[in-house]
Ligand binder design. Structure first.
Ligand code: PLP
Length: 365
């Protein structure tokens, strides 16, 4: 992007060329994957090939993959899948989890944005059978959560663990065995696949009640003709996705420069294990929306700590849960890098942030 710095990869990553090519080729495929004739069988073959590519990326079995319309639907399929179970969600989950279980108990997090596992153990002790939802990496701060440890605690109490891994896939390496979660959510557009396609990973033995019923597709777990081009694009993106370890150096440099320019700024979750690409930073006394607009005018695209789909900025429930004072939380922006981020992007960010900081401080003086 000449003259522009796209630093909002946690919102969506650019479509990978391989994913676009595969998607476009699949658009030409006539045939419903459920049809038994030749065209149907060809469509089914493409579908199953994508299922293999995606399951291979995280060491799952192809049978574990249920395609959905994205991370939001996969989260809500998991949360709605076990009626009668008590639901516990961490206080920093994505809105699609919080809205999917509005009456759920909230698992607290530490000041660094990491789930409090002692609290989880206490909440599960003597509890009726539960479903716990804990994300692998937070979308705002990048804080990585102790999923394997949470799974051990959950299983000790006969609870099921759901893990929203939407932000982790393609940024850090993990396998289903390492996480040991019972259900895992992933989404294509965060890894260079198309928007509007995702998956829930769960063993076929798990008694998951479908939310969407009808034609019995996806082994009855999610009815409706599959979004074949989207799924094929997801498969192609998964096949080439690696982790984002190489961008950590640029992220660290960006963070150092921002703090050198604005010594009163705070990086949130700074001492937690974090995604290598994410910075959540507050410039005191400058509202997040003002910062986002000023940076945008300078050609640098970032997002406010928590913006809903209308673009309206609310104070982040994640920073609230971490105990960040409201006046700091209202000044938090999220900067997220990706595989094509360059040194020039970081230079532009530092320049635009520096100019904004100087303007606001000279006005205040
Ligand atoms: N979960 C997390 C952690 C996310 O960051 C997002 C999207 O930002 C979602 C779920 C929703 O995924 P989708 O946009 O595919 O519905």
């Amino acid at each position: 992007m000449s003259g522009l710095a796209y630093l909002d990869w946690n919102a969506t990553a650019p479509l990978r060329r391989e994913a676009r090519d595969a998607l476009v080729a699949a658009l030409a495929q006539t045939g419903n994957p459920s049809s038994v004739h030749r065209s149907g069988r060809e469509a089914k073959k493409l579908l199953e090939q994508a299922r293999i590519q995606i399951s291979a990326r995280i060491g799952a079995s192809p049978d574990d993959v249920t395609f959905t319309s994205g991370g939001t639907e996969a989260n809500q399929l998991a949360l709605g899948g076990f009626p009668g179970r008590r639901i516990i969600v961490s206080a920093i989950e994505h809105d699609s989890v919080l809205a999917g279980a509005p009456d759920a108990a909230r698992l607290p997090v530490t000041g660094d944005g990491v789930a409090d596992l002692d609290a989880l153990d206490r909440m599960l002790t003597g509890s009726p059978p539960a479903l716990v939802s804990l994300m692998l990496a937070n979308n705002e701060t990048g804080a990585i959560q102790p999923i394997a440890e949470a799974a051990t605690i959950a299983h000790r109490h006969d609870a099921i663990l759901h893990c929203d891994a939407v932000q982790a896939l393609g940024k850090i390496s993990f396998t289903v065995n390492e996480l040991n979660a019972d259900l895992i959510t992933i989404s294509a557009h965060k890894i260079g696949g198309p928007m509007g396609v995702g998956a829930l990973i769960a063993s076929p033995d798990l008694p998951l009640r479908p939310v969407q019923t009808g034609g019995g597709q996806e082994r009855g777990r999610r009815a409706g003709t599959e979004n074949l081009p989207g799924i094929v694009g997801f498969g192609a993106a998964a096949a080439i996705a690696s982790d984002m370890a190489p961008v950590a150096a640029l992220r660290d440099e960006a963070e150092r420069r921002l703090l050198a320019i604005a010594p009163d700024a705070t990086v949130h979750a700074a001492s937690a294990p974090r995604l290598p690409n994410t910075i959540c930073v507050s410039m005191p006394e400058v509202a997040a929306a003002t910062q986002v607009m000023a940076l945008d005018l300078a050609g640098v695209m970032v997002s406010a700590g928590s913006a809903c789909s209308s673009g309206r900025v609310r104070r982040s429930h994640v920073l609230d849960a971490m105990g960040v004072p409201p006046d700091r939380a209202e000044c938090a922006i999220r900067i997220s890098l990706g595989w094509s981020t360059t040194q020039t992007d970081i230079d532009r960010l530092a320049e635009a942030w520096g100019a904004l900081y100087a303007r606001t401080r000279s006005r205040a003086a």
